[in-house]
Ligand binder design. Structure first.
Ligand SMILES: [Zn+2]
Length: 481
């Protein structure tokens, strides 16, 4: 999303800002802002399932158990090992037990614009629908409810961490912490007036306070985002990166989603996109290069030498008619961490990483004419451990190894489409859907049980989303669409 912004769009963002400045202050309180559900504080024992550990050995533990103490995984127990007493027992019989999935790129609040218009040329879709709706409506409440809606969808689909790039940072994390999902989010800059700040400088002026506030937060990993080289001056990108660097924080940027970006970057900086980012030192572990469809072999070498990672968004790329496929097989062979992303819900149109895994595997096989490339285990690693590496969170999340944060997902395998199951990775990538997820634990806290979200009132969120939908339709009607 947000590709190829032209002057007309810059004016639209300016008008957005003016609209927001003129807006009355709405009530921003969400449901259960503290997430105050009563919790049993005893350790949790998830027992009897097939545990897909995602350690470097690729361990799969049949009839094993996971012991969770506080916010961490305390132990993995073999089938015949003694079980501790006085625990909350979760019976995982007939389930796969997997690490929470990691969505490395998206714009969560845009769920309120999902399906507004599809199947159109990109610029028609953006200029006639998405930008006018955003210009009229993107404000703290829109971001809060849209992000909350997406957080519910992601949790119920087994995603426990997502990286977000959008506006109104405080409202993004207000929503994600209410939902109890882990997020990588924070100040975002773009080279013209945005809904929350009039300039990159204004956005960065307040960035340090946000970074400080969330330094030790259990669920928020503060991050800095710059939109892209074709929308944002390199000097502003460098200033944004320096703040990320100061806090050793993830740094997110769109790169080479479109074939024209290298040309534009050459005109603006005298360098290609990857070369320009390298010139300011912005390629390093924890830098997330979203899309990276049009990478040259030289780009791949530079990224591999730096430790930066790629967020691969195959469904969004396909839906927007990008006539090429990111060279993921080459990138992985070069040692680059590659994670999966959904991108915004208006260009996907769902937030289900199981679908994304299926697509990622198949599109590489199709492009290269080789069924052996990107096997299922590699793809599942992209959605878990490699996603963690992309975000530089590999010591905290991405696998079910003792000492890591307890982000755990249970999948019910006892249905027609999943029985029998021979190899866990095969079903996880090619057959499971987000709707097979039954139970989700984030940071040691159960947030989804029997497909019910426990942290927020889903009915209220859906009601609010419907109200925003009515407002979007009204904006469209006023524009004659
Ligand atoms: Zn994006």
């Amino acid at each position: 999303m947000h590709r190829r912004m032209n002057n007309l769009n810059q004016l639209r963002w300016l008008s957005t800002l003016l609209l927001i400045l003129g807006m009355g202050c709405a009530d921003h309180r969400g449901p259960d802002a503290g997430g105050n559900i009563s919790q049993d504080t005893r350790p949790i024992l998830i027992d009897g399932g097939t545990v897909v550990v995602m350690d470097s050995a690729g361990t799969i533990l049949k009839n094993g158990a996971i012991l969770i103490e506080g916010d961490r995984i305390a132990a993995l127990l073999e089938p015949d090992a003694p079980r501790p007493d006085d625990v909350q027992q979760i019976d995982a019989t007939g389930h796969l037990v997997i690490p929470g999935l990691i969505n490395t790129h998206g714009h969560a609040a845009m769920s309120l614009l999902r399906g507004l218009a599809d199947d159109l040329p990109l610029l028609t879709w953006l200029n006639d629908y998405i930008f006018p709706a955003e210009a009229a409506l993107v404000a703290p409440d829109f971001v809060y409810w849209g992000t909350l809606l997406s957080s519910i969808e992601m949790l119920k689909n087994g995603t426990t961490t997502f990286a977000d790039m959008y506006f109104f940072r405080e409202d993004v994390v207000r929503a994600t912490t209410s939902a109890g999902i882990r997020t990588v989010a924070g100040p975002t800059i773009i080279g013209f007036p945005a809904p929350d700040y009039a300039s990159p400088e204004a956005s960065l002026e307040n960035a340090a306070a946000f970074m400080e506030q969330y330094q030790d937060h259990p669920l928020v990993i503060p991050s800095i985002s710059a939109h892209a080289l074709y929308t944002t001056p390199l000097s502003d990108i460098e200033a944004a990166f320096q703040i990320a660097e100061h806090y050793n924080a993830p740094f997110q940027i769109h790169t080479l989603e479109d074939a024209s970006e290298n040309t534009t970057s050459h005109e603006l900086t005298g360098m290609g996109v990857i070369e320009a980012l390298n010139s300011i030192g912005a390629l390093r572990p924890g830098t997330v290069l979203a899309h990276s469809v049009y990478l040259s072999d030289e780009d791949i070498l530079q990224i591999a030498a730096s430790g930066a990672g790629i967020a691969h968004n195959p469904q969004s790329n396909m839906k927007l008619g990008i006539p090429s496929v990111a060279p993921i097989t080459k990138a992985l062979a070069a040692g680059i961490p590659v994670g999966l992303g959904t991108d915004g819900p208006a260009s996907n149109n769902d937030l289900d990483l199981f679908h994304e895994m299926d697509t990622a595997a198949k599109v590489q096989k199709l492009m290269l004419g080789d069924p052996a490339v990107l096997p299922a285990e590699t793809v599942f690693r992209m959605a878990t451990m490699d996603g963690a590496r992309v975000l530089n969170l590999q010591d905290e999340i991405g696998s079910l190894e003792p000492g890591k944060r307890a982000d755990v997902v249970l999948i019910n395998m006892e249905r027609a489409g999943l029985t029998p199951h021979y190899r866990a990775y095969s079903h996880l990538v090619y057959a499971v859907s987000g709707s097979d997820v039954t139970t989700v634990i984030v940071n040691g806290r159960m947030v989804v049980q029997d497909r019910e979200i426990l942290t927020v009132d889903e009915t209220e969120v859906i009601e609010q989303a419907r109200t925003f939908g009515d407002q979007v339709l009204q904006v469209m009607a006023e524009l004659g669409r």
